[in-house]
Design a protein around this ligand. Structure first.
Ligand code: ATP
Ligand code: MG
Length: 140
């Protein structure tokens, strides 16, 4: 499988509970390399753009409120099959359905406050990375 990149967010429920290091340890243990990382406070505009595909969903307002409620850590992860590998490491969206040992099983509070985001495909990863990082901030 090819080396690829995926986009990750450690969400406000994770930064609030000081879980940045614990989650990064799970990411690195899975063989993914953190090739870019910064802690930011998302603006409403950034969150609305980022989750634009969910605009019509009933939870959209709640999701934007949550993502702007505290600091997040945005990351670029690199590795073999990084997109699917990170989806595996994260676990299911709903933590009650997530497999043992996954980030969401271990740390997520609810389906909304679920600790991490990971891109769902290589094409979306490229778009999401470009929303938050310039090329010279990513060091592989
Ligand atoms: P993400 O895109 O954040 O990696 P995901 O791909 O597992 O998560 P999506 O279906 O893309 O899940 O939903 C995006 C985010 O919207 C979820 O991570 C969660 O924070 C929120 N969300 C999804 N479904 C619900 C719901 N039923 N109620 C509240 N929030 C939800
Ligand atoms: Mg998604």
């Amino acid at each position: 499988m090819a080396i690829e990149r995926t986009f990750s967010i450690l969400k406000p429920d994770a930064t609030e509970r000081n879980l940045t290091g614990a989650i990064n340890a799970l990411i690195e243990k899975a063989g993914l390399r953190i090739v870019a990382q910064k802690r930011i406070r998302m603006t409403r505009e950034q969150a609305e753009t980022f989750y634009g595909v969910h605009k019509a969903r009933p939870f959209f307002g709640e999701l934007v409120d949550f993502m702007t409620s505290g600091p997040v850590v945005v990351q670029v992860l690199e590795g073999e099959g990084a997109v699917l590998k990170y989806r595996d490491v994260m676990g299911a969206t709903d933590p009650s359905k997530a497999a043992d040992g996954t980030i969401r099983k271990l740390h997520a509070k609810s389906i909304g406050e679920n600790s991490v985001h990971g891109s769902d495909a290589a094409e979306t990863a490229a778009i999401e990375i470009a929303q938050f990082f310039s090329g010279n901030e990513i060091v592989g």
